[in-house]
Design a protein around this ligand. Structure first.
Ligand SMILES: Cc1cc2nc3c(=O)[nH]c(=O)nc-3n(C[C@H](O)[C@H](O)[C@H](O)COP(=O)(O)OP(=O)(O)OC[C@H]3O[C@@H](n4cnc5c(N)ncnc54)[C@H](O)[C@@H]3O)c2cc1C
Length: 317
């Protein structure tokens, strides 16, 4: 079922969902199941599965370092299929511009059609680790708008090199990213919102936001988006802080601010067990206020262990 249909069917009730990251190559899927099992009690209608960009690694060969391109966390679509089958839940693969040609993206989307995966999250992806700025893959897309366009074309039966007059396949429901504190490369929040509006005008059906820790930023973002005519559901993304290092890492990687009260509470912790508790409590307060404001879904970023998401869900769902 499409995410937008899940939202409509919920009739104003806030839904629970979460995002997972595929395991490192070579690790069994069983550990992923062990982390997901306790969360299924809260009946998520959908689970997102991220896609990681390819990266260069260096292998020693004959005394020289050999540069190789690899993906350390492949398997997004396989995981989506497994979770859908095991838990009877909708899964949302993240589809990236970076690292994929348009043809590869088309094959992936065709696989999604046969797996009856009806939702995809269309993203540009970040620059590769060794790059300062994102450069499109040869034969791939530059911006998420281009990817949305390709998916929407497929919805209309227009594949890259063929047009199918009447397709009997489900169309994709398309999610895109939004940034309450603006995307790090955007010159202003207003110009970033214009780009978001373009994604919606091209066919995006809903928005999931980057993590944020101050709900006022989310509320202001939604207000500005609505004023600009973005009228699709906007789903807040929430991440509970889990380790002290997040105080530096999250602002650096995601270009977001942390409220001083949260920083003070984390800094006062003696160990990461205490930090995890602070992170859960903060996320619970955030979630309660967001639910009160009528958000359609509370979407949690779970990286690895899910005990903190479970603790939050217990309080809310
Ligand atoms: C909910 C969510 C899930 C994510 N999942 C993943 C994942 O699974 N894997 C992963 O690698 N990354 C993921 N990301 C990170 C994302 O790939 C990065 O934030 C990336 O840098 C931007 O992606 P985007 O889709 O927002 O890009 P875009 O919408 O293309 O925007 C990128 C930048 O370009 C600007 N822009 C857009 N269109 C134009 C244009 N036509 N001309 C000029 N400027 C333009 C925008 O303002 C913005 O600054 C996720 C992010 C979010 C919020």
């Amino acid at each position: 079922m499409k995410i937008t249909d899940h939202i409509q069917k919920a009739n104003g009730e806030t839904l629970f969902s979460f995002e997972i990251v595929p395991p490192v190559k070579g690790k069994s899927i069983q550990e992923l199941y062990r982390n997901i099992d306790p969360l299924m009690e809260f009946k998520p209608p959908f689970i997102d599965v991220t896609t990681s960009r390819e990266e260069y690694i260096y292998k020693e060969k004959d005394g020289l370092l050999d540069k190789k391109l690899t993906r350390t966390r492949p398997g997004t679509l396989g995981i989506c299929a497994s979770l859908k089958h095991k838990y009877n839940v909708d899964t949302v693969p993240h589809v990236l511009c970076g690292g994929f040609t348009k043809e590869e993206t088309e094959y992936l989307l065709v696989d999604c059609q046969y797996l009856e995966i009806e939702n995809v999250m269309a993203l540009r992806g970040d620059a590769r680790k060794e790059e300062k700025y994102f450069t499109p893959t040869k034969g791939g897309h530059q911006y998420a708008t281009d990817l949305v366009e390709q998916i929407q074309n497929i919805n209309e039966g227009n594949y890259l090199h063929d047009s199918i007059e009447s397709t009997d396949l489900n169309s994709f429901c398309i999610g895109v990213a939004g940034y309450p504190e603006k995307h790090m490369e955007a010159p202003s929040l207003q110009s970033d919102l214009k780009r978001l509006k373009q994604k919606v005008d091209l066919g995006a059906d809903y928005v999931v936001t980057q993590m944020f820790f101050d709900n006022q930023k989310f509320f202001a973002f939604v207000k500005a988006a609505r004023e600009m005519g973005i009228d699709v559901p906007i789903i807040p993304g929430i991440k509970p802080i889990a380790v002290k290092r997040h105080l530096q890492l999250l602002p650096q990687v995601f270009s977001i601010d942390l409220p001083q009260d949260l920083i003070d509470a984390v800094e006062a912790c003696n160990n990461n067990k205490e930090v995890r508790k602070v992170g859960v409590e903060w996320a619970i307060q955030q979630s309660k206020e967001l639910r009160e404001a009528g958000v359609p879904v509370l979407h949690y970023y779970s990286m690895g262990k899910s005990d903190n998401i479970e603790a939050i869900a217990k309080e809310l769902f």
